[in-house]
Write a protein that binds this ligand. Structure first.
Ligand SMILES: Cc1ncc(COP(=O)(O)O)c(C=O)c1O
Length: 364
């Protein structure tokens, strides 16, 4: 059986360079060779995050890192603003509540549109929250929020946390310029490596805030542990074991991205996103996100009620061996088509929409 083509919003098919690197050696997560690989990878990831601050590699899923950040920052009763609408914003808002935070949601007028930044600015000044949380590319709706405008109104004493999970590796990231305090990526979405590791960056401001805290708020689930171990064990600057094959794959993917050039990578993703929207529109699928703010990594489009999104996705897999997703997470009748990392390619997009078109025609 041939593996399906993964035109889903992650995981994506890894870059061949990532797979090659992962298969090249098997080494433990410490020792001279691993440390060299680790620091080289971390330093290259800093370029992708657009930061001079520290970057960490967490051996687990992105949600664990978000949970750790919320646990580390929030004290009981702290306000935290969650920007926008969608599945992931809702999930993280609920997690903030579990850690004693008081989430305030600034919702957009409709699913798929940007928030009103003046409203954010007004509420920021009224409640002076501990943090603002932004899902930059909301994978459930296909919206890429307007991070430039949002970052311009964040207050100096508010932490700015950004979930870049489904966009990291696809565009030129500017964590320092956008004054981000914590930015969360992922290994197997646009970064194009193997799944299972979450790279994240922390600003100096947030690092100092955490270090100034007297006690820990857990062990693995507290940023303080990760920050302290960076200097505590020089031969093992992380508190637990790491997966060397995945980190090798990240190195392979990052080298590939830097070779292609970050600006070229962004151009390729934006071009493919435009093409995807054009194909969708040509077969009657209406894109959900607002004009000019479509995520370069995922197209979310709604179907008219003559068609059943889940049926189309099942048929595409069965007859064309192409996997796509649906908008089930937000309860709409639509498709979610991922085009990230290695899979941001014209031939893959064309093949995917040709299949969808045939299935739609077979309805008639
Ligand atoms: C925007 C966004 N945030 C967070 C997550 C959660 O990632 P994980 O499953 O690695 O916890 C996802 C997963 O698709 C995502 O798309």
């Amino acid at each position: 059986m041939v593996d399906p083509l993964l035109m889903i919003p992650g995981p994506s098919n890894p870059y061949p360079e990532a797979v090659k690197e992962a298969n090249s050696r098997f080494i433990p997560h410490y020792g001279e060779e691993f440390l060299k690989l680790y620091w080289e990878t971390v330093n290259k990831l800093k370029r992708l995050f657009g930061t001079k601050s520290d970057v960490y590699l967490y051996p687990g899923q992105a949600t664990s890192v978000v949970e750790m950040i919320l646990n580390s920052i929030l004290d009981k009763g702290d306000y935290i603003i969650f920007i926008g609408r969608g599945f992931f914003v809702d999930r993280f808002r609920r997690i903030a509540e579990l850690y004693g935070g008081k989430p305030v949601n600034i919702a957009s007028e409709r699913i798929g549109s940007r928030i009103n930044v003046s409203e954010l600015e007004y509420i920021l000044k009224s409640i002076a929250p501990k943090a603002v949380f932004l899902v930059h590319s909301e994978t459930s709706t296909g919206l890429l929020e307007d991070i430039d405008s949002i970052s311009s109104v964040i207050l100096d004493n508010t932490f700015f946390i950004v979930d870049a999970v489904s966009i990291f590796g696809a565009i030129e990231y500017k964590s320092d310029e956008w004054r981000i305090d914590a930015c969360i990526g992922y290994s197997s979405k646009a970064l194009g490596a193997l799944p299972g590791v979450t790279p994240f960056m922390l600003s100096e401001k947030l690092t100092n805030y955490i270090l100034d805290r007297k006690s820990h708020k857990g062990f693995l689930n507290d940023l303080k542990t990760w920050i302290e171990y960076k200097d505590l064990w020089k031969h093992h600057p992380y508190p637990v074991s790491l997966s060397s094959p995945i980190i090798l794959s990240i190195k392979g993917a990052v080298d590939r991205i830097l070779d292609e050039g970050i600006k070229n990578i962004e151009y390729r993703h934006r071009k493919i996103s435009k093409l995807s929207i054009e194909y969708a529109s040509s077969i009657g699928i209406e894109k959900l996100p607002e004009d000019g703010f479509e995520s370069p990594t995922v197209t979310v489009g709604l179907l008219n009620n003559n068609y059943d999104a889940r049926h189309i996705a099942e048929e595409l897999l069965k007859n064309y061996n192409i996997m796509i997703s649906t908008t089930w997470l937000i309860g709409l009748n639509g498709l979610r088509i991922g085009h990230m990392g290695y899979n941001a390619r014209e031939d893959y997009i064309e093949k995917t929409y040709r299949g969808i078109e045939e299935i739609i025609k077979s309805y008639k």
